[in-house]
Design a protein around this ligand. Structure first.
Ligand code: NAD
Length: 344
């Protein structure tokens, strides 16, 4: 109570205002799939809020947007609880922050500073996260990330995506037995070409175009009528597993190598880096070929390879300590498109 009095009222007011604004933009982005500001502008609001909360920790509340992931399921969808929460990722834009991420992990684990840590490196697909629950090899339910704990049931919509197997099978001699239950995580995305096509159609019908392929993918998947989803070409890259029964993975690399043997699509550009320098090098390589890819990516994801270390590192309120999104510098495309929307 005493410390509270020291916080200038204009700060309390600003924090309240920022939270209201961010909540509104979260609603536009996560519920309506129709943002009205660019990601860079949104990130600036979040950044300001994080800084104020760091300076005045008494102002942090559990429901602050800085402590939460995504948004609660929208009305009309059945809720699906995730057995293991689907969190967000800490992000970095500068090489120095990536070096610091590696150092922080070693400090946390009490490892010598010069000991290399192995990381998987993967393109960060700009789509939306989903979870597929397979029981006895059969797809039981598919859900969006939602607020990380409760997702939206989009099973029938996901079933319209041709690359999502309805049943897991051993597609290779050395494939392990299919686990009795496995929650597979991945990113649903729309290709740049399909995005262009759909927006041209929308503009021709005098409908508001989607801001970017991510919003188009989310808007196409989060439909109450699966027939709408079926008309849009969506695809999926799997990148991880949640709750699993009947099989124990030892490394993230093993996850990425095993999922395709069961019929699940993994991005072919994933790699194993022997240390943080190789991860940084990978970021440069991927950035160089970014525009030649048929889908949008907004950076790379760096994950500690050893899953035993994931246990020891644990998670914070909204993100795990063992992973980092190393993003590319923002492009202007979203802002430009939104300007177009407001001219319509
Ligand atoms: P994020 O998108 O930055 O990172 C987490 C997500 O990365 C995961 O949930 C997963 O979906 C995805 N991902 C892709 N490839 C992956 C891989 N190989 N391994 C693991 N994960 C992978 O974080 P977020 O919390 O989903 O969203 C924040 C983003 O949304 C920011 O970029 C923000 O600007 C944007 N946003 C914008 C608005 C707006 O109004 N413009 C509003 C809300 C959020």
């Amino acid at each position: 109570e005493e410390t509270r009095k020291e916080i200038p009222p204009e700060i309390v007011e600003r924090v309240k205002k920022l939270r209201e604004e961010i909540e509104y933009h979260n609603y536009r982005y996560y519920v309506l799939d129709s943002p009205v500001i660019s990601d860079a502008e949104y990130d600036a609001l979040m950044h300001e809020l994080r800084e104020l909360e760091a300076k005045y920790p008494e102002l942090i509340t559990p429901d602050s947007p800085t402590q939460r992931v995504g948004f609660k399921p929208a009305e009309g969808f059945k809720e699906v609880p995730h057995r293991e929460p689907m969190l967000s990722l800490d992000d970095a834009m500068e090489e120095s922050e990536v070096i610091e991420f590696d150092r922080r992990i070693k400090r946390f684990l009490n490892l010598p500073e010069n000991m290399p840590i192995e990381y998987t490196v993967e393109p960060k697909i700009d789509g939306l996260a989903i979870e597929l629950v397979y029981e006895q090899g059969a797809l039981r339910v598919g859900a969006t990330r939602g607020d990380g704990y409760l997702g939206e049931d989009v099973t029938n919509n996901l079933k319209t995506i041709k690359t999502i197997p309805l049943r897991l099978r051993k597609f290779s001699e050395d494939a392990p037995e299919i686990p009795s239950r496995i929650d597979v995580r991945g990113e649903v995305y729309m290709t740049k070409e399909e995005f262009k096509k759909i927006n041209e159609e929308r503009i021709a019908r005098k409908e508001i175009p989607f801001a970017n392929p991510r919003n188009a993918a989310a808007g196409s998947l989060r439909q109450l009528d699966p027939q709408v989803t079926a008309k849009r070409k969506l695809d999926l890259f799997c990148y991880g597993v949640g709750y699993t029964e009947g099989y124990t993975f030892k490394t993230q690399w093993e996850v990425l190598q095993t999922l395709p043997k069961w019929g699940l699509k993994v991005n072919p550009m994933v790699k194993l880096a022997s240390n943080i320098e190789e991860a940084i090098q990978y970021h440069k390589e991927i950035q160089r070929i970014r525009d030649t890819l048929p889908y949008e990516i907004d950076g790379i994801v760096i994950k500690v390879n050893d899953l035993a270390l994931w246990e020891r590192l644990g998670t914070k309120a909204r993100s795990p300590r063992y992973a980092l999104a190393y993003k590319f510098q923002p492009t202007q495309s979203t802002t430009q498109l939104i300007d177009v929307v407001f001219q319509v």
